[in-house]
Design a protein around this ligand. Structure first.
Ligand SMILES: [Zn+2]
Length: 281
């Protein structure tokens, strides 16, 4: 895991802020399907405490989760800064993450070691999480979060074509996901995730295409969605929303009919055909 993190740390992603740009305010960005319209939910902005009061990261001691108030944190902007930037703010965020319940806009690529530690600090208490540009160490950290109920996860094409981590069964005591929005997860990883949460997952939002040219990659091209989902043991599922990029009406209808046959009793929707509004994690 450490080597994977170090390898990632040596790369710079276009979304990462180089140090000389770290004071520039970036507009909020969404990394998944461009047409996705999200239903706005109230989110209290997280404000870091004054830098002078923050201890360095190495000196932080874990605090008992029950001693901390529940709260939410939005890591947009801070998690887009490069590994060498904004060290005091990042140390403060690690401290703040202990006891967090809702953690959103965690971008893993720009500072992979810090974002991984952030997830580990949040793990005992976090129930709602948004993870962007996820890589294998981060996915494994998420898999071990015992209270996680709602997860939005986005991987980019590099992750799709790289190794596909198989996550295995949930650790003992895991409550299981109720809601999942999966965007460009490697196919094998998605299958592992669905199988692991098959007993509890009630709502699934999946960015996926219909059958297309064989040269097109997963998940843009998907000719066997009914088989993939049918094998995952989704015993609690009651609602499935298929999020489209390119959309072909006939192919969409045929795919949804096949999925309905494989998942009897599940409401199967398409965001284009059924004008579905997205949800926040
Ligand atoms: Zn459709």
């Amino acid at each position: 895991m450490a080597s994977a993190v170090n390898k990632l740390a040596s790369q710079r992603h276009p979304l990462c802020q180089p140090p000389h740009l770290q004071l520039r305010a970036l507009p909020p960005q969404r990394c998944w399907t461009p047409h996705l319209q999200l239903r706005a939910l109230p989110l209290q902005p997280w404000t870091p405490p004054p830098a002078a009061a923050r201890p360095p990261a190495a000196a932080l001691e874990p605090l008992p989760a029950e001693a901390l108030p529940s709260r939410e944190m939005d890591m947009n902007n801070l998690s887009r800064s490069a590994a060498c930037a904004r060290q005091e703010e990042k140390a403060a965020a690690l401290q703040e993450a202990q006891g967090v319940v809702r953690l959103v806009q965690v971008l893993c690529y720009c500072d992979p070691a810090w974002s991984l530690e952030l997830l580990q600090r949040a793990a005992p208490t976090v129930e709602r999480l948004e993870l962007l540009y996820a890589r294998e160490p981060h996915l494994r950290a998420v898999h071990a979060m015992p209270r996680l109920r709602r997860l939005r996860v986005y991987c980019d094409d590099d992750a799709v074509h790289a190794a596909t981590p198989e996550l295995g069964a949930l650790p003992p005591g895991h409550s299981g996901l109720r809601w999942l929005h999966a965007d460009h997860l490697p196919r094998a990883t998605l299958q592992c995730l669905l199988q692991a949460h098959g007993g509890t997952l009630e709502e699934l939002e999946l960015v996926v295409g219909t059958p297309g040219k064989p040269s097109l990659p997963w998940p843009i091209n998907c000719s066997d969605l009914h088989s993939l989902l049918g094998w995952c043991g989704l015993r609690a599922l009651r609602r499935l929303v298929l999020w489209r990029g390119a959309h072909k009406g006939r192919a969409c209808r045929e795919q949804r009919a096949a999925v309905r046959a494989a998942l009897p009793g599940v409401q199967v929707l398409c965001d284009v055909c059924d004008r579905v509004l997205g949800e926040e994690p």
